[in-house]
Design a protein around this ligand. Structure first.
Ligand code: ADP
Ligand code: MG
Length: 346
């Protein structure tokens, strides 16, 4: 009789590849993780270079704080992060990342090169993964202060996952959407995107209100901005600001809905419900509102550690958040001029 199969520890690479299954679905998800790292590093300008929809090459370069040479191998290791140290930090986390998994995961399913230079350092240093188990060889490199992460040949060593990739155009569209979401979250950062050698998007730093509106128009289209209501309300420690599309700018799909909680874009049932209720009287059935909204709350009353991709959040007092959102939006839409309003169907 055979006994049970013996239990073995997974190799670090396999453990990382399994973890990668949760966060690295396509080039767009790689871009999201790398861009969030750049933003966490305090970057003011981010350059994104893409070849073949990001499958062949995705290179993200920032002018952030950089990584010390001694820390470079750790940056590629799993469960290694500079962003939190203890449970208390986790409960008050304000950075976009904190799981310490992205670079390890991406490096296990692609050829990853990390090059970085801190402001004080005399030169830059580099580490590579080649999809193998992490090798701690740090080599000198040329790079200005900041960090570049180059990801080549995504899923080259995991053919089963590679099969799920779509056409170059589709992958690039997903990638652009990721950049749009982050560009709306951070008006103070410049984003430059190149695809196959050509400029695809150039967003300059948007310091004042006019420049912010210009960025919203660049990202969501000028028609949205022309038919949107700017709002800004603060009450009971909650602040909501942004733009809500007038009923005349309703959409057949829910494709222009950007909602941020403390700078992090989320898709939340509670939020969606509050918004839907607020628009109920002014939108035809089956039509979807367009909005770009930013909710700012005390980080201690919202839990972002719900899902590895961090698209979901949990509010401590969800009723209060719901009522605040509904109340604010309902009021704003109630002020809409009659000519901008559509009659509700009988
Ligand atoms: P996390 O973001 O959850 O900490 P990552 O695997 O994404 O985990 O990154 C690991 C660490 O590498 C980060 O905590 C950070 O210290 C460093 N790092 C990654 N990307 C950058 C960057 N663009 N600039 C500066 N440091 C970075
Ligand atoms: Mg990260």
């Amino acid at each position: 009789m055979n006994g049970p199969a013996r239990i073995q520890l997974l190799s670090p690479r396999l453990a990382n590849q399994i973890a990668a299954g949760e966060v690295v679905e396509r080039p767009a998800s790689v871009a999201k993780e790398l861009l969030e790292n750049s933003l966490d590093a305090g970057a003011r300008r981010i350059d994104i270079e893409v070849e073949q929809g990001g499958v062949k090459l995705l290179r993200i370069r920032d002018d952030g704080c950089g990584i010390a040479a001694d820390d470079l191998p750790l940056a590629l290791a799993r469960h290694a992060t500079s962003k939190i140290r203890d449970l208390e930090d986790l409960e008050r986390v304000t950075s976009l990342g904190f799981r310490g998994e992205a670079l390890a995961s991406i490096g296990s399913v692609a050829r990853l090169t990390l090059t970085s230079r801190t402001a004080g350092a005399g030169q830059a240093w580099q580490v590579e993964t080649e999809g193998r188990d992490m090798e701690a060889r740090v080599q000198p490199a040329a790079h200005p202060a900041g960090t570049s992460v180059e990801v080549r040949d995504l899923f080259f060593n995991t053919p089963a996952r590679r099969k799920f990739l779509r056409a170059e155009k589709t992958e690039f569209e997903h990638l652009q959407e990721v950049i749009r979401r982050l560009a709306l979250a951070r008006f103070d950062v410049a984003f430059h995107l190149r695809h196959n050698g050509r400029s695809a998007l150039a967003l300059h730093e948007a310091g004042d209100e006019t420049a912010r509106a210009r960025r919203v128009a660049a990202v969501c289209g000028p028609a949205f901005l022309e038919q949107a209501l700017p709002i800004e309300v603060e009450r009971g420690g909650l602040r909501l600001w942004g733009w809500v599309g007038l009923p005349t700018f309703s959409r057949s799909q829910a494709d222009l809905q950007y909602f941020y909680v403390n700078g992090r874009m989320v898709r939340d049932k509670l939020v969606a419900h509050a918004v839907r209720q607020a628009y109920r009287d002014v939108l035809f059935n089956g039509r979807h509102p367009a909005f770009v909204l930013f909710l700012e709350v005390d980080p201690a009353v919202v839990d972002v550690n719900v899902h590895p991709t961090k698209h979901e959040v949990r509010f401590r007092d969800s009723r209060m958040i719901h009522d605040f959102l509904y109340g604010t939006l309902h009021h704003a839409l109630g002020e809409v001029r009659p000519e901008d309003r559509l009659a509700a169907p009988a």
